[in-house]
Design a protein around this ligand. Sequence first.
Ligand SMILES: C[S@@+](CC[C@H](N)C(=O)[O-])C[C@H]1O[C@@H](n2cnc3c(N)ncnc32)[C@H](O)[C@@H]1O
Length: 241
Amino acid sequence: MNKNIRRIDNYKEYFTKEYLMGPNSLRLLDEMLAKYPLKEGSRVMDLGCGAGITSLFLAKEAAVNVFATDLWISATQNARTFEKWGIADSVIPIHADANDLPYATEYFDAIVSIDAYHYFANKKGYMQEKILPYLKKGGSLIIAVPGLKEAPKGEDYEMMMEWFEDDKEAYNEFQTREWWVNLIGKGDDFEVVMDFDLDCFDEAWDDWFKSGHEYGIKDKGYFDKGMGKYLSFIGLVIRRL
Ligand SMILES: C[S@@+](CC[C@H](N)C(=O)[O-])C[C@H]1O[C@@H](n2cnc3c(N)ncnc32)[C@H](O)[C@@H]1O
């Protein structure tokens, strides 16, 4: 076997505007799983699974059973996709809001959220109230979330605001790693076991630029003006005790 071929290279057909919804979530997930592997056969919620490629990767590469949960993409659309990919037996599509999840408590070995957590979880107490109850004791929450290395100032701040032109409130969803760790805080029933900046940042964004998605093309323009130096992808792993 050629050791230079990485498992992510087998997924290049999904690095397209049809499936990507932002910086390549498969690279983000691949790195998270390399740093924090899941046990084969585990029951996993893919929270904010979008069009389903992260659920595909979880089912194929981690050999886990997935509840592919999303708000903007319907369960019907994802069910059709999972049939087409031949993973319908191990990936169940669920249409739900992360603020009101329809699951039994202490049901999941892990909850994975790739490039989605910032949309719904940037408020104090969210993780403790809305996520933790669904994890078994000893289960893990695995997050890759876009954020800031540092907050831009002056002209660079104006540039970032321009980037968020359609939805300026969305800037509040972009925070530093320290901010996320502080927001999650401390508790007797959980611990933050990892927090780091993902190494695949450049590759993940590059795939997005090359996908030909109109937002990817727009984002590339801002990276060319220097915005990328303020951004990061933040990895967080929290374990329920
Ligand atoms: C940028 S997409 C990423 C999708 C997928 N994880 C990926 O990386 O390919 C963000 C996803 O978060 C989901 N999302 C946003 N708010 C949500 C909420 N309140 N509950 C569940 N999902 C939500 C959206 O439906 C969307 O599919």
